[in-house]
Write a protein that binds this ligand. Structure first.
Ligand code: CS2
Length: 484
């Protein structure tokens, strides 16, 4: 039997949705596993506690699979919490429709112009914003230009949003909040910056200033990609088949800037923190959790490990990561009041070590050119500006430089899944195959490294030292040797 509204009586009562089919109030762009295990759950709990028409219409940019699966299941899907003390599975009932942006962009634009829709949330990954990762400035590439300058159905996220906002203004459908839930620094400000810039080229600049807000947020939950074992676990808990099942760790957090001009779900009733300024939390999370995640992913993948938890078992790994947090991450910013970055880092390591979560190193490693700036390079830059050469931060940068060369220490291929893959490969191919050549080639990626980093001789020298050690001894022996 398949999961759908008709089969719900067969699902254990404690796993059934907490609300009935809600009317739509939110459009979510990026219907991936993270959204389903995070915003969809918070929003269901908020509606269960305080009501409201905040059903979510989920828009998948491309992939038809999740849309087809959810449609066949009346929008229902389950989330299994992977807890070493015992898993639990619940069916989430906050969906109010599914769409595919690529197949039907006009329907998405029409929805953005519907007065019932009051919020757009986004999880479109770092690269979806078309920003220069090093500076945060808009990158007007060919795709985005075509969205803006031709009448073609929009194919980029900024193009879709601008088209939707123009339609909304024309329909006089009222104010709306666009809330980025991606791991970008000051994500609300970045989204506002890019929409302002694009809106200025249309006639809606004034309307956007008056009617559109860009609440920022810090989102946090480790949600591995769905695998056959996720589906099997959902089936055994629910007794019905769920093709859209996801799983996640027990921990879940959302800190959101409270700036929703047309109202919002009572997310605080679901455990979210509503605040005037989420940026201190974003910085803490990006530099500590995500920075350390990327560090473990690159070092672990090169050392031949497939998951984050197993990478933590590489000799020297935990200690090196602790040194990175204590010596480079913690001194690089002021944490939110009451938070100790080193203690937060320890909690993060415990979360990463959860044996039930098989988070692949290559999943975290992908899109490094888009992730490294806010996760690691800003930490490095702040340490350099304070007069220190961040040895451990440089180790993480060197690990990325080692990873993008494409072969692990045991000779296995490492996938370079990155929007800059061609540029990275071309630069490496044109440079001498020496640590010095590799460092020089990659520091020349100007949308990754700011001039302050690319031109820093002390940093360059430490990067060359680490790469030399990786080449000579491999990652494992380098980590152990570095601690002695
Ligand atoms: C991870 C994040 O894949 C990645 O890049 O670092 O998705 C991470 O799991 C989440 O940000 C945790 O909140």
């Amino acid at each position: 039997m398949e999961l759908n509204r008709a089969s719900l009586p067969h699902v254990p009562a404690s796993s059934r949705p907490r609300i009935d089919a809600p009317a739509a109030g939110i459009v979510h762009l990026g219907l991936g596993a993270f959204h389903r295990a995070h915003q969809a759950v918070f929003t269901e709990d908020a509606m269960a506690a305080a009501g409201g028409d905040w059903g979510i219409v989920g828009v998948a940019p491309r992939s038809p699979q999740v849309v087809d699966a959810m449609r066949a299941q009346d929008g229902l899907f389950s989330v299994t919490t992977l807890d070493p003390a015992g898993n639990s599975t619940r069916v989430v009932g906050s969906s109010a429709g599914q769409m595919r942006a690529a197949a039907d962009p006009d329907a998405v634009v029409a929805l953005l112009a519907d007065p019932a829709i009051k919020i757009v949330t986004l999880t479109v990954t770092e690269k979806g914003y078309k920003l220069d990762a090093a500076t945060g400035r808009l990158l007007l590439d060919d795709d985005l230009r075509a969205d803006l300058e031709t009448g073609r159905p929009p194919q980029t996220v900024p193009g879709l949003l601008i088209r939707g906002l123009c339609a909304r203004r024309k329909a006089d459908a009222g104010p709306i909040a666009l809330a980025s839930c991606d791991n970008l620094p000051a994500n609300g400000h970045r989204l506002r910056g890019l929409i302002d810039k694009l809106a200025a080229a249309t006639a809606i600049g004034d309307w956007v200033r008056e009617s559109v807000t860009f609440p920022g947020s810090m989102v946090d939950r480790i949600v591995p990609a769905t695998t056959p074992s996720t589906l099997a676990e959902a089936f055994s808990s629910l007794g019905v088949r769920d093709r859209a099942a996801v799983s996640g760790e027990p921990y879940s957090a959302w800190v959101i800037e409270d700036n929703f001009p047309a109202g919002r779900p009572a997310w605080e009733r679901a455990g979210a923190v509503m605040t005037g300024d989420p940026r201190p939390y974003e910085r803490l999370k990006l530099r500590t959790l995500n920075g350390v995640h990327s560090a473990i992913a690159y070092l672990g993948a090169v050392a031949g490990r497939s998951t984050i938890a197993s990478s933590l078992e590489v000799p020297g790994m935990r200690e090196v990561v602790r040194q990175y947090i204590a010596s480079d991450v913690a001194p690089s910013f002021v944490p939110p009041s009451g938070v100790d970055t080193i203690a937060y880092g320890e909690e993060v390591l415990t979360r990463f070590a959860n044996p039930a979560i098989e988070y692949q190193t290559v999943q975290v490693a992908m899109d490094g050119s888009q992730k490294m700036p806010q996760r690691v390079l800003q930490t490095v830059q702040d340490r350099l500006a304070a007069g220190d050469v961040p040895r451990w931060g440089a180790l993480v940068v060197a690990a990325w430089m080692r990873f993008v060369q494409g072969v692990s220490d045991n000779g296995q291929p490492l996938p370079l899944n990155d929007p800059l893959a061609d540029r990275i490969r071309a630069r490496l191919a044109a440079a001498p195959d020496t640590p010095d050549g590799v460092v020089g080639a990659l520091l020349g990626l100007d949308t990754v490294f700011t001039p302050a980093l690319a031109e820093d001789d002390a940093l360059r020298a430490v990067l060359v030292e680490w790469l030399t050690a990786f080449d000579k001894h491999g990652v494992e022996a380098t980590l152990v040797g570095a601690l002695s």
